[in-house]
Design a binder for this molecule. Sequence first.
Ligand code: SAM
Ligand code: CA
Length: 246
Amino acid sequence: MATNGEEQQTQSTRHQEVGHKSLLQSDALYQYILETSVYPREHEAMKELREVTAKHPWNIMTTSADEGQFLNLLLKLINAKNTMEIGVYTGYSLLATALALPDDGKILAMDINRENFELGLPSIRKAGVAHKIDFREGPALPVLDQLLEDGKHGTFDFIFVDADKDNYLNYHKRLIELVKVGGVIGYDNTLWNGSVVAPADAPLRKYVRYYRDFVMELNKELALDPRIEICQLPVGDGITICRRIK
Ligand code: SAM
Ligand code: CA
């Protein structure tokens, strides 16, 4: 059993803030991961992009460095070549992806906001991987419908979804057709700042409360979907890795 002192210690190291980049209960432990295993191995251009993004008013949206490292390694493990990203912002996860792909690899990247993507573009160019990126400005859903109309079924090795959470199930309907059997879809923020287990009367920020039900619905649907195997990881704000099996 924890002593009072230990309990106080746990309480004081517990972070409360929405948007903290880890769901780990101890900030010190999270810092340890970053400083020991992530920052020393972070590509120079990723560091630059992370620092540029930190100055942007919406920096709460960025992918964390540990999640970027995870995505980069995952893509290499599955030998991904043809990929997609929905939700680019300034491009931290996009650069993590682009650096993992072979030189002739491709990322179809979509975001309704081009300006933020352009903030990160100089770092992406410096890394020498901009040629892998096909950026489309606009909502992702019509692009997915067009891909299906064009018969691009089963052509993507990896898809990272990190955009409007109220559309994730609409994306899933289409992405499950677009990813190849054996390919992977990663849905981001599936623990939604821990709010998925918050009591009904918990004081949540408006946007957290609004999207929470959509995230919970998605989690239920993914768990029931026989076309995929899943693993929900507490990396970043929670990422659910789905492998298409049929
Ligand atoms: N993956 C990014 C990174 O590593 O920094 C973070 C993405 S941010 C959490 C979500 C992004 O989704 C925003 O840039 C937003 O403009 C974009 N977005 C929102 N609705 C969208 C839609 N319908 N289609 C495409 N992008 C959308
Ligand atoms: Ca995210």
